[in-house]
Structure formats: structure tokens, C-alpha cells
Design a protein around this ligand. Structure first.
Ligand SMILES: [Zn+2]
Length: 199
């Protein structure tokens, strides 16, 4: 499964978080920080709870932006953790972020979407976990596979996803075996072609 190298909201330091694990940074007290990926064992801040409510509440009528949901509220955290663990790494060239992609039941539809300015409810087969949020705010929504999705790494095993940090202040980096294999600057590469993987 991938590791998330992001700022930990609990201890305030960079952490290397396995989506099933805990922040291993040691606090001044000598105790382990222990922060967990949102929705693991029910963890999550109020913003995450709002997002869970939103994406488990059916809607109808016109929407300002695409709106997706799954009817089973209890399943939302399971989809989130499963995608964080084993999603494939993609770039969304329209929304301009890296994300993990997972289809829990293959081509079958398990969730629903209303596209912007459309009253039609359609079925969808995929889970999208955008990686541009702060670690504590990461949450999923639902989508079909879109033409503006580009696969970066089919398997997220053994990769490290780094948010911008002092070494690369404007870019997200993806590492495999400690080597950068992809970088993405959301400020300058809006809707452009993704840069070639670096070796
Ligand atoms: Zn921490």
C-alpha cells in the first residue's frame, strides 16, 4: 500500500503514514503521536463528518457542480480505506490533482452521480480519493472513469506520495524505491499534459 508523506495535524511534523497505521512521530512526552488516516476506526474531524454526510445523502434536481453519493453510509469509510490502501495512482487533468482510483465491484455501479446542471441520476463504478487535501481532510467521492484521467502508477504498492514540502515547495512528488517517478505542480500545470515520469 502507498505511504502518505504529509504534515501530521496532530504532532505538526511531517509523517510517513500507512493508511492502516498511526503517525509514529514521538511527542515531547515520549508517547507516540498516533494520528490515523481519516475514517480508520471512526477517526475524523468535523469537516470529514460533513463530507461523509454529503456523500451519503441522495439528491435530486439541478446541481452547481457534480454531486456523487453512495446510499450506504456505513460503507463510506470502507470505500475510503480500501481506496487509500490499494487504489491506483492517477492524475485528473481537469480538476488538476493526483488521486487514487478504485473500482470496488469492477464495472458495476455501486454509487450515484448528478452532473452539474443536469437533473439525471446516473450510476457510477469508481471511487476517487483526491490527494490535494490536507491529510486530516482527505475524503472520497464517486465517479466513472473520465477521459481527463491519466494513469500514473497502476499499483500503489511501495510508492510514497509527498505533498509539497521544503524540498519541493510547489510540487507533489511520487517516489518508488526512494526515487522520484512523477512530479506535479498544480499551480502551473492546470489542464496540461502531465510531465513524463522522471527516473
Ligand atoms: Zn503525528
Amino acid at each position: 500500500m502507498p505511504l502518505f508523506e504529509y504534515r501530521c495535524p496532530s504532532c505538526g511534523k511531517t509523517t510517513l503514514l500507512d493508511p492502516l497505521g498511526e503517525c509514529a512521530n514521538v511527542l515531547k512526552s515520549g508517547k507516540k503521536c498516533g494520528f490515523q488516516f481519516p475514517l480508520v476506526e471512526g477517526s475524523g474531524n468535523s469537516k470529514i463528518r460533513e463530507k461523509v454526510d454529503k456523500h451519503t445523502t441522495p439528491q435530486s434536481g439541478l446541481m452547481d457542480s457534480d454531486y456523487s453519493w453512495v446510499d450506504d453510509k456505513a460503507a463510506y469509510p470502507l470505500y475510503q480505506i480500501d481506496t487509500a490502501k490499494s487504489g491506483s495512482l492517477h492524475l485528473d487533468q481537469k480538476m488538476n490533482y493526483l488521486f487514487l482510483w478504485q473500482t470496488p465491484v469492477g464495472e458495476n455501479h455501486f454509487a450515484k452521480i448528478i452532473y452539474a446542471n443536469d437533473c439525471v441520476v446516473s450510476g457510477v463504478s469508481g471511487v476517487v480519493l483526491p490527494l490535494n487535501s490536507k491529510l486530516q481532510n482527505m475524503h472520497i467521492h464517486f465517479s466513472n472513469y473520465e477521459s481527463h484521467f491519466v494513469e500514473i502508477a497502476p499499483h500503489s504498492d511501495d510508492i510514497i506520495i509527498q505533498e509539497p514540502n521544503t524540498a519541493h515547495p510547489s510540487e507533489y512528488w511520487v517516489l518508488s524505491g526512494q526515487q522520484p517517478i512523477f512530479s506535479w505542480d498544480p499551480n502551473t500545470q492546470l489542464s496540461g499534459m502531465p510531465p513524463s515520469p522522471q527516473v
